[in-house]
Design a protein around this ligand. Structure first.
Ligand code: AHR
Length: 311
């Protein structure tokens, strides 16, 4: 009988403690809503925070670094317990991150890396390997084009880690194929509207001289598909298309024969991000890069894989 009483006390004690602990507040500075990949990421982080009873102070920077910096300063003023930052570009963060550190607020980077002289300014980065993604896109294309042909490139937001690294990875592989050349390259800002407009300009300048398109994300590839169709050509046949993200819409385009390959970049990082910020708030030291493993999906895999796509 005595033993039973002790057991009940031990098992209820942590619950009582938890009930008394105040909920943590975490600020989340998001880039904006430039495409549905980013919406999926935002929703994933919101859901994971709600599940763990964390209050999320959300700030949409509408595509501007200055708004992200303002949001971080306002999080400091609010004395939040932690900060999650999806940085639009790689540079220009050092002064504000020093302020964050001075306020002793742990900060976790999500989906894009930054360049700082002192890596202790952030707890960890949770993101894919963008160089790998770019090089996988190039390997797939080189095989498909038998090592020769002309390519146009739709780049991401200038200065953003995925734009810089995907280009780098792609070009590193291309060095092995001297008969493959990028004949036009311009930013489409990671969105469908700009992707379409820039592809229209590429088509006007080069017409049927274009053999392939490398788009730094699916949203721009989907815009470009529209431009190619409106120019009276067949996307996926007249112009081979490889892009990055692995969105459900990209799988639908592959099934329709309009896109040839997508390299995955998973936006569903909520659980990992919330886990990391909780550990950082508890004073744990984390590894500097919690890397995501991504797959390559040529169109032949689309029918069997589409049912498993969650974004
Ligand atoms: O940082 C990840 C990239 O940002 C995704 O590829 C893209 O769709 C998003 O805008």
């Amino acid at each position: 009988m005595r033993r039973k009483v002790i057991f009940v006390c031990v098992s209820v004690f942590p619950l009582l403690l938890g009930a008394g602990a105040p909920a943590k507040t975490v600020g989340f500075s998001q880039i904006g809503f430039e495409n549905s990949w980013r919406t999926a990421e935002t929703e994933s982080i919101r859901a994971a925070a709600a599940e763990r009873g964390i209050k999320l102070a959300f700030s949409d920077a509408q595509g501007k670094q200055e708004n992200q910096i303002k949001a971080i300063r306002s999080f400091i003023a609010q004395k939040v317990d932690g900060i999650i930052l999806a940085p639009i570009v790689e540079t220009g963060w050092e002064p504000v991150l020093r302020e964050v550190r001075k306020a002793k607020i742990p900060l976790v980077l999500v989906d894009r890396g930054i360049k700082v002289s002192d890596p202790s300014l952030y707890a960890t980065l949770i993101a894919s390997d963008f160089v790998f993604e770019g090089s996988e896109a190039a390997k797939w294309l080189a095989k498909k084009m038998n090592g020769k042909g002309t390519i146009v490139e739709l780049q991401g937001i200038p200065g953003a880690a995925p734009a810089i690294d995907r280009k780098k990875g792609f070009e590193e592989i291309l060095k092995k194929y001297p008969k493959m050349a990028i004949i036009k390259s311009q930013t489409g800002n990671f969105n469908r509207t700009d992707g379409k407009q820039v592809m229209e300009a590429f088509l006007k300048a080069e017409g049927r001289n274009i053999n392939a398109l490398f788009a730094h994300n699916d949203a721009m590839a989907l815009g470009a598909i529209q431009a190619i169709e409106e120019a009276g050509m067949k996307p996926g046949i007249d112009i081979l298309i490889v892009s990055i993200d692995g969105m459900k819409e990209a799988f639908e385009a592959m099934i329709a024969g309009k896109l040839n390959c997508t390299v995955e970049c998973n936006p569903l990082l909520g659980q990992l991000v919330v886990n990391a910020i909780e550990r950082a708030m508890a004073g744990e030291k984390l590894s500097k890069w919690i890397k995501q493993n991504d797959g390559v999906f040529p169109k032949e895999t689309a029918v069997s894989a589409i049912g498993t796509r969650k974004y």
